[in-house]
Design a protein around this ligand. Structure first.
Ligand SMILES: C[S@@+](CC[C@H](N)C(=O)[O-])C[C@H]1O[C@@H](n2cnc3c(N)ncnc32)[C@H](O)[C@@H]1O
Length: 259
């Protein structure tokens, strides 16, 4: 039987193939629980991340009946509900890498902040001055605030709302950020126009999704958006930041904005 595993602290998320019966799943979940002392709840993943909020559907299989995870990563702790909030432990190296690039006293914006893992880890591992995390989902924002408090941070602001509306409002101002992390959902809107409006001469980390063969097209789109916004940009680096399906990858494109 082929099973996919995601361990989010106390919660194990298992993905079974279609043929597996309920009784086989329950039996497996119980034995999993017995053999993994750190896990107290076993859930089954039903379907993929979907919708604007990139949420997941899960079904309880064994152990404590909860959907709330307590997960540790990069020396930080995160609470979140696995059904109502997007969270991927596979981005942990990416978060550490992003934090390592942040320079002293930078103002950093994290778009699509989720439960604030990027913001919290950047705050913990760098000497950034201020980090703003913007997220649409109300549940994510509730946990983001809990996570900022839990990790005892005083330079992280959590803002609830649509990146396009909130970040283009007058309160946000223009060219206020040295660095923008665009941990985008895998949806159509690139949101690059918003990032170009907000970034000073600085750096944007753009996350995009495509096949390896389409990477050049994605780079061209990014350069074209820069031109449209009247910003001079140079691509510093493109790196694979995980796979998301058959021959499809998450790429991080690091852009230097020169004017
Ligand atoms: C790929 S997840 C990234 C979450 C987080 N950065 C992380 O690493 O866990 C994308 C997030 O963007 C949020 N989102 C989607 N559209 C949005 C929008 N227009 N404005 C703000 N947040 C949005 C979703 O709710 C989701 O939490």
């Amino acid at each position: 039987m082929k099973i996919g595993y995601d361990i989010l602290g106390n919660i194990a998320l298992l993905k079974f193939n279609r043929e597996a019966s309920v009784s086989v799943k329950k039996k497996f979940a119980l034995s999993y629980l017995k053999n993994h002392k750190n896990v107290s709840t076993v859930l089954e993943k039903v379907g993929k991340f979907s919708g604007r909020l990139r949420t997941l559907k899960t079904r309880w299989l064994a152990g404590e009946k909860t959907k709330e995870a307590l997960y540790r990563e990069n020396g930080c702790e995160f609470r979140f509900n696995v059904d109502t909030c997007y969270f991927s432990s596979r981005l942990s190296e990416e978060r550490k890498d992003a934090a390592s690039l942040v320079k002293k006293n930078e103002n950093v914006l994290v778009m699509f902040g989720g439960v604030a893992p990027f913001a919290v880890i950047i705050s913990k591992l760098s000497k950034a001055k201020r980090i703003v995390s913007v997220e649409l989902g109300r549940e994510c924002n509730k946990y983001a605030k809990i996570n900022v408090k839990r990790n005892k941070l005083d330079n992280v602001e959590i803002v609830q709302g649509d990146v396009r509306k909130v970040c283009l409002s007058r309160d946000f101002g223009a060219k206020g950020f040295d660095r923008i992390v665009m941990a985008r959902p895998n949806l159509k809107d690139s949101f690059l126009d918003v990032a170009f409006h907000l970034v000073k001469k600085g750096v944007i980390h753009y996350y995009g999704f495509c096949k390896e063969d389409d990477l050049e097209e994605m780079k061209e789109m990014v350069l074209e958006e820069g031109k449209k916004a009247g910003r001079k940009i140079r691509i510093l680096k493109v790196k694979k930041a995980g796979d998301i399906g058959a021959y499809r990858y998450r790429y991080r494109v690091d852009l230097k904005v020169l004017n």
